[in-house]
Design a binder for this molecule. Structure first.
Ligand code: MTE
Length: 319
């Protein structure tokens, strides 16, 4: 199904996240980082402080130094107020709306080509894994980038719990969807948000299931209580608020492919030399400084992942 929409990424290049808006936002966020709008009682303070989360005692987790990044960590106030979460609207400014996202009860369904389908409660899942912090780059296909200290656990641990059959080649991930929470103008989209990885990608050590950030449980607008971070791929591959992992022998069609198959594909590995049909991918804009920086192949994670794609020359690996 190809849906035509004059919305978000469907807009011409010049209309995608106008840079002037970022710049205004940066000024605001500098203020936020300095504490001026973080005063107790402001609505912003409510969004940043994770309250009533039964997993709060698990944070902060110890940082794993293997995944350091030479760039500065994006201030929390920026990473939690400039978001893509289309379930709540197509603007970047949906953090207030995203507060409607429920966090508990939260069940994660594991099904498809597995030894035994199962449903795990998020708090039971959190008991069964060892949380760690990893500082990862994040590169959106729209050309903005940030560096976030995510807390979570390797996706490999979840794949092991799932015990997929040898016939399983892919894992399809589904995000939470409640039609009542989606604004009227967003109901035309092909919900739920779906993404997929190969089993080899999902078990690569970089694939990280995120439950927290900045030393606290994850904010709702960043995809609480469980999201993916696959930092060598464009950000849309990292689905938020995940509720279902289905193991399959068929390559899953992802949300953005369904919306616009001419522009978005399955692999979506970061590559500065392969342009998006409507813009170059050579440069990215660092969210909190507005600085233009060169984009790296696999977002700088080639040593971890390049081998996954050797010999796949017939595939559109970078779309
Ligand atoms: N997951 C869901 N369910 N819905 C979304 O709209 N947007 C994706 C990804 N995961 C999205 C999603 C895109 S395009 C990006 S760049 C990242 O989330 C943004 O993550 P952040 O808001 O935490 O920076």
């Amino acid at each position: 199904m190809l849906i035509r929409m004059a919305n978000g990424w469907e807009l011409p290049d010049s209309a995608v996240t106008p840079e002037a808006a970022w710049l205004d936002r940066r000024t605001l966020m500098r203020g936020a980082a300095a504490g001026s709008i973080l005063a107790a009682g402001s609505p912003f303070a409510g969004a940043v402080a994770a309250v009533d989360d039964p997993s709060a005692h698990l944070y902060p987790a110890k940082r794993n130094g293997e995944y350091s990044v030479e760039r500065e960590i994006t201030p929390e106030a920026v990473a939690t107020t400039f978001n893509n979460f289309y379930e709540f609207g197509s603007s970047k400014d949906i953090w207030r709306e995203a507060q409607a996202q429920p966090l508990r009860p939260w069940q994660v369904r594991i099904d498809g080509l597995v030894e035994q389908p199962k449903t795990l409660d998020i708090d039971e899942l959190l008991q069964r894994v060892a949380l760690e912090e990893r500082v990862y780059r994040h590169r959106c296909v729209e050309r903005w980038s940030m560096v976030a200290p995510w807390t979570g656990f390797p996706m490999r641990a979840l794949v092991e719990m799932a015990a997929p059959l040898s016939s399983a080649k892919y894992v399809r991930m589904e995000s939470y969807f409640d039609a009542n929470l989606v604004p009227r103008n967003m109901r035309i989209y092909p919900w739920p948000y779906v993404e997929g990885l190969t089993i080899a990608e999902a078990t690569n050590e970089l694939a990280f299931l995120v439950t927290g950030a900045y030393g606290k449980p994850l904010e709702k607008q960043n995809g609480a209580p469980l999201r993916l971070a696959a930092p060598w791929k464009y950000g849309f591959k990292s689905g938020k608020s995940l509720v279902r992992f289905s193991f399959t022998d068929e390559r899953p069609e992802n949300f953005w492919q369904t919306v616009n198959a001419r522009e978005y594909g399955f692999w979506a590995n970061v590559n500065p030399d392969v342009a998006h049909p409507r813009w170059s991918q050579k440069i990215e804009t660092e969210l909190h400084t507005g600085e233009k920086l060169p984009t790296s192949l696999y977002n700088g994670y080639g040593p971890w992942v390049a081998d996954l794609y050797s010999g796949m020359s017939g595939e559109q690996l970078f779309v």
